[in-house]
Design a protein around this ligand. Structure first.
Ligand code: DAH
Length: 341
């Protein structure tokens, strides 16, 4: 018994001494295993308890448990000393060390703008529609009242594909027929999407760009509904409650009458460089859907009427954010993109 007690004392003293001397987390772990581990010195002694008399067990048992806890606490407190030291030690943490520049991902300006637009149209009860970027002549032209020999086909510098009757859509108006085919009026859709035109690029033209197309078909649709919709949309998009619109006649084969809608300059009241000192900015093409378009898509023009409008999404974004070159949108120009992060 005396010998056992001596052994226990020895274990205690040497374990505490070793813990105190340890210089790394690894050696602390080794000490823990050597004393408190499954076949550690203390664990082994505890397993000899069963050979003792009841009386001896009663005195030694609680002492051993107490010792085990004491050694474990001593080990834990050394570990936390090391951890704290690691965080604050100048030797281990060099504040002047070179850290490579980290780039953060963010949403592209296209995503921001299209989200703003779709949110506005959804709030007005519109559904978001989509159509293919590779189109047929039928959806891009014919069903929009632009027959084969129509001069309007020439004004759309079309990228024709090598397969017969396949082209890259020149406008999102092509989504009109897809939507009318799929639903019966009333119908209110907004279709944002990419379009292509085979033309030379400059600061305001690109061979690939994005348009938004709106279409509303119901009974008794009027020009005043179109104008109220256009004004509400533009007021929300530019965040300007008192934005006014102005209407000029315009020609688009798929609407009759066709109009061009200008918005009052969101940045000035008496002329600035954005509105080229005219106080107005041309924003949308629009009109009442031509009866031929309704008819071509199985909608009776005697019963239903509609309005449609279209605009360049980059153009609206360029005005809103003061962007001076449309080609920046897909330039992968990091400083440009970071402004919208
Ligand atoms: N598709 C026309 C374009 O690309 C824009 C447009 C004008 C759309 C008038 C319309 C509209 O729906 O009614 O220039």
């Amino acid at each position: 018994m005396k010998e056992l007690e001596n052994n226990i004392k020895k274990i205690k003293d040497s374990c505490l001494k070793e813990l105190k001397k340890a210089r790394s987390l690894e050696s602390l772990e080794e000490i823990r295993v050597a004393y408190l581990g499954r076949s550690g010195a203390l664990t082994e002694i505890m397993s000899t308890l069963k050979t003792l008399s009841l009386e001896q067990k009663r005195t030694l048992g609680p002492d051993l448990n107490e010792l085990k806890k004491q050694l474990h606490d001593a080990y834990e407190s050394r570990v936390s000393e090391f951890e704290k030291k690691n965080l604050s030690s100048d030797a281990l943490f060099d504040v002047t060390a070179y850290k490579p520049h980290q780039m953060h991902g963010s949403l592209h300006i296209y995503t921001h703008i299209i989200e703003q637009l779709t949110e506005i149209f959804i709030s007005m009860g519109y559904t978001i529609a989509d159509g293919p970027e590779m189109e047929t002549e039928y959806y891009n032209f014919t069903t929009l009242n632009i027959p084969d020999d129509h001069p309007a086909r020439d004004s759309h510098d079309t990228f024709w594909l090598s397969q017969p009757d396949r082209l890259l859509r020149t406008h999102t108006s092509s989504v009109q027929a897809h939507s009318m085919e799929q639903a019966t009026p009333p119908l209110a859709i907004f279709a944002p999407g990419r379009c292509y035109r085979n033309e030379a690029t400059d600061a305001s033209h690109d061979f690939m760009f994005t348009q938004g197309e709106g279409l509303f078909v119901d009974t008794n649709v009027s020009m005043s509904q179109l104008l109220a919709t256009a004004r509400t949309f533009l007021q929300h998009f530019f965040g300007k409650e008192d934005l006014k619109i102005r209407v000029r006649p315009g020609y688009f084969p798929f609407v009759e009458p066709g109009v061009e809608i200008d918005g009052s300059c969101p940045f000035c009241s008496d002329g600035c460089s954005v509105c080229k000192h005219t106080k107005w900015i041309e924003l949308l093409g629009a009109g009442l859907v031509h009866p031929n378009v309704l008819r071509a898509n199985g909608i009776d023009p005697e019963k239903y009427s509609g309005f449609a409008f279209g605009f360049g999404i980059e153009r609206l974004a360029m005005i809103k954010y003061g962007i001076n070159d449309i080609r920046l949108f897909h330039s992968a120009h990091i400083p440009f993109l970071q402004q919208f992060a």
